[in-house]
Every structure is written in C-alpha cells, then in structure tokens.
Ligand binder design. Structure first.
Ligand code: C2E
Ligand code: MG
Ligand code: MG
Ligand code: MG
Length: 292
C-alpha cells in the first residue's frame, strides 16, 4: 500500500512523475516552433531488392535536432506530435520534402530505374479530411508520379479509421499510390483487413528479426516464413525491416522476401550522404552481388 511504502518513496515517485511531466511539456512547447526554427530534417533510409542488392527506394524518417537536447528520437516526439495535432503540419512538411527530394534524385540519376519513396502516416494524418487534397497538391508541385509514392500505415491506423479507410484507399489507388502495412505482426487486430483493403506491401517488424538469433529462433523462422507466404498468397510484396547482419539477409533471401531495409545496408542518412551514395555505386553492399 502507498502508506506503508513510506514518505520517502512516495516523494521519489512524485519527483519522477513531475520530471517526466516537465520534460514532456518542454518537448511539446519546443516542437511547436520546430519547423520554423529549421530544427526538423528528413533522413532517408535505403530499401534494397534482396535478390540483386539494388537500391530501389527509401523510407523517409523524421529527425529533430533540439538546440539543447540534441537529437530527440521520433519514438519520443512523434507521439507528442500526434497528441497535440502538430503532426498535421509536420506530416505535410515531411511529405512535401520527401516528394521534392525524390524528384530531384530521379532527375539527377536518370540512369537508375525510378526510385520510390515511402512516407509514414500516423492516425491523425490519415483521418484528416483534406489528406487527398494535400497529396494532390504535393504531387503536382513536386511533379512526381503517384506510383513512386508509398504510404506506410500501421494496422491500428486502419482499425481506428475503418469507416473512412475504404474511401481513402480508393482515392489513393486512383492515383497509383501504394499502401504499406508498417510494423506488421506487432498489432493485435484480425488479419481480415488484409483482403478487405488494397494493401500492396507488408513490412515485417524488426522484432521478428531480432529474435532470429535467440533460443526460440526456429519458431521465429517459421513465423517469418509463414508471414512471407501469407503476403505472397495475397499478392503482396514483403519488406523485412531491421536487417542488421548478413545471416539475416541470407535467410530472408532464402524465404523469397523481395526487399530489405536495415543497418546492414545503410543507416537512415541526410540528403547529401544519400546523393553521394547514389552517385557512387549501384549496389549498396558489394558482398551481396559478388555472391561471397
Ligand atoms: P518505422 O516507420 O517502423 O521506421 C523504422 C525504424 O526502424 C526507424 O526508426 C529506423 O531508423 C529504424 N531502423 C531501420 N533499420 C534498423 C536496424 O537495422 N536496426 C534497428 N535497431 N533499427 C532500424 P526511427 O527513425 O527512430 O523512427 C521510429 C518511428 O517513428 C518510425 O518507425 C515511425 O513510426 C515514426 N516516424 C519516423 N518518421 C516519421 C514521420 O515522418 N511521420 C510519422 N508519422 N512517423 C514517423
Ligand atoms: Mg515506417
Ligand atoms: Mg516499421
Ligand atoms: Mg515502427
């Protein structure tokens, strides 16, 4: 009971809560002006075709360089942005940056096959009534084709918006914009949405890969294989997230997973570093094509 825990502990607990609340309030206040103060930056992480080692596109990942705190993790500030509604202007900004940058890269590197851009959409963004108008405006402004753009949403985004989801998906489809289910396998929803909605790609959550080297690895292999087969049977592409080792890369390749993303190939990087990468070589990891 709280009383028997003693005053001291209660005070420590209270202080901790207080510190957390103050930190959060600070982040919330500072996030408000982050775009204008140019503290936000979009990083890009390559997505690789496993069979060839070729870079096929990117996922855009937001970074916040806080003047005092340094880099604040999206895991920390995206939920705040979501709760406060700042995610709407921030999300629009990310989408525009990412599309603009994709257009530039496709112009700069015409010899490559057209690259694709994945952009994350959170619940509030998905539910905003003018989502499609915004997308249309950005596609027109940045001159990229809808088919170059992929939107990543989690299962819960669909579940929380099941009424409007169908209409939005139809509108996206009409623009050839493709839909990815992010962090697949971490939600608790029924799988029926997979055939009810036009999902193009499943991104297998990296927690499955992390466990590949653990004791229970054989079960995890079974699960990954089953998820890949499920997706394929439904006509979907599969991206494995969080590939960090050559063993993971090879295993996913064996399982006929089409695409991979992870530190094994590349960290998320700022524009200049990616431009350099695109200019330097066609395959990210020479090991992958030399067939070791
Ligand atoms: P996510 O969409 O699942 O993005 C993948 C996360 O995995 C990224 O974390 C990426 O840096 C990380 N990652 C990639 N490869 C590896 C790997 O090999 N090992 C490990 N340990 N991690 C890897 P990040 O950038 O910290 O982003 C975290 C989450 O924040 C994202 O998860 C996404 O849900 C959210 N987020 C990031 N940017 C945006 C954005 O622009 N809009 C929205 N709505 N959410 C975003
Ligand atoms: Mg994502
Ligand atoms: Mg993910
Ligand atoms: Mg995630």
């Amino acid at each position: 009971q709280a009383k028997t825990a003693g005053k001291g502990r209660y005070a420590v607990f209270n202080t901790l809560l207080h510190t957390q609340a103050v930190n959060r309030l600070k982040l919330e206040t500072d996030l408000r002006g982050a775009i204008e103060r140019q503290q936000l930056q979009v990083y890009y992480q390559p997505i690789i075709e496993l069979a060839t080692g070729q870079l096929t596109g990117f996922e855009s990942l937001l970074r916040w360089q806080h003047p005092e705190l340094g880099f604040v993790s999206p895991a920390e500030f995206i939920p705040i942005a979501e709760e406060t509604g700042f995610i709407l202007p921030i999300g629009t900004w990310v989408l525009e940056q990412a599309c603009q940058q994709l257009h530039l890269w496709n112009l700069q590197f015409p010899d490559r096959r057209p690259l694709t851009m994945n952009v994350n959409l959170s619940v509030k963004q998905f539910a905003q009534p003018d989502l499609i108008e915004q997308i249309d405006r950005i596609l027109e402004k940045t001159q990229i084709e809808g088919q170059c753009l992929k939107l990543e949403i989690t299962e819960s985004v669909i579940m929380d918006n099941s009424k409007v989801a169908n209409l939005i998906f139809q509108q996206l489809k009409a623009r050839q914009i493709r839909l990815c289910i992010d962090d697949f396998g971490t939600g608790y929803s029924s799988l029926s949405y997979l055939y009810r909605f036009p999902v193009h790609t499943l991104k297998i959550d990296r927690s499955f890969l992390t466990n590949l080297e653990s004791k229970a690895s054989s079960q995890y292999r079974e699960i990954i294989q089953a998820v890949i087969d499920l997706g394929h049977n439904l006509g979907m592409d599969i991206v494995a997230e969080g590939i960090e080792t050559i063993e993971q890369h090879k295993l996913l390749q064996q399982f006929s997973c089409e695409y991979g993303q992870g530190y094994f190939y590349s960290l998320p990087m700022p524009v200049e570093a990616i431009t350099e990468l695109l200019g330097s070589r066609l395959n990210l990891n020479p090991v992958l094509v030399s067939g070791d």
